[in-house]
Design a protein around this ligand. Structure first.
Ligand code: ADP
Ligand code: MG
Length: 241
């Protein structure tokens, strides 16, 4: 109790999880502090999405514990985890195609933020507020997916390859938004990214996954000064294959 100030806001202990009997994550343990920016990188298929899904309660947990603010949440359903401050922007974006931008924004389980604050962050969405999801560009859909998650005012924002398939100008704009969100020191952000350069640009700490296991966990500064870490675990110049 008295160690609350230094306690990590999110903590995973020996998490083993997957889909049905299939095990994907193997003995994953790490902590995340308030305000921290953590990048999770690794090749395609190593378990990055599964890690975020497991935090959100969308996979089968075989064993291990997940604690949020010192309380175990591994048995809670995902909507309950959202209420406690976990917010996921899924890799698939999951926009409702037949609903308008505004309707999509209020379709979450927990609405705490105002639509105006979403439009302030993404003026483009305000212009498109009466358009249905299906008529949005990929970039606009991603903005909407992020804005919808932010409607729940998550303490921990989890972004699963948010730049995937988007034009560089949109990526830069999204990165600015993430920087803005991180700058207030209240959110922790977990950025899952295949491209090491973007992860290096954004994060304080990095976690590298390979075959469902953490093969590196340390500061971004350490990775920057030891490029062989990336070479060994991710491969340089790799791309989505
Ligand atoms: N819904 C699912 N059911 C069964 N296996 C899955 C499912 N989703 C992902 N997997 C498997 O889990 C492993 C990790 O996938 P994933 O977490 O999506 O990797 P990444 O996000 O790092 O590309 C892969 O072998 C993938 O085939
Ligand atoms: Mg993935």
């Amino acid at each position: 109790m008295d160690a609350n100030v230094v306690a990590p806001v999110l903590e995973l202990n020996h998490v083993i999880a997957g889909y049905g009997d299939t095990q994907v994550l193997n003995d994953v343990s790490f902590g995340l502090a308030r305000g921290e920016r953590l990048a999770v990188i690794g090749r395609n298929g190593v378990g990055k999405t599964t890690l975020l899904s497991t935090l959100m309660g969308l996979t089968d947990l075989h064993s291990g514990e997940i604690a949020l603010d010192g309380k175990h949440i591994q048995d809670l359903p995902s909507h309950e985890r959202a209420l406690r401050g976990l917010g996921l922007v899924p890799q698939t974006r999951d926009i409702f195609p037949s609903l308008t931008v505004t309707e999509n924004l209020v379709s979450g389980t927990k609405e705490v933020a105002s639509i105006e604050s979403a439009f302030e962050l993404f003026p483009r969405l305000k212009e498109r507020r009466n358009n249905s999801g299906v008529h949005l560009s990929g970039g606009e859909q991603q903005m909407l997916s992020i804005a919808r998650t932010l409607m729940g005012k998550p303490d921990i924002l989890m972004l699963d390859e948010p730049f995937e398939g988007l034009a560089p100008v949109i990526c830069d704009m999204l990165m600015e938004v993430f920087e803005k969100l991180a700058a207030d020191g209240n959110h922790a952000i977990i950025l899952v990214e295949q491209h090491a350069e973007l992860a290096l640009e954004f994060s304080d700490r990095m976690l590298i996954l390979d075959n469902g296991e953490i093969v590196f966990h340390g500061t971004t500064a350490k990775v920057r000064s030891n490029p062989e870490i990336l070479e060994r675990h991710v491969g340089l110049g790799h791309s989505d294959a």
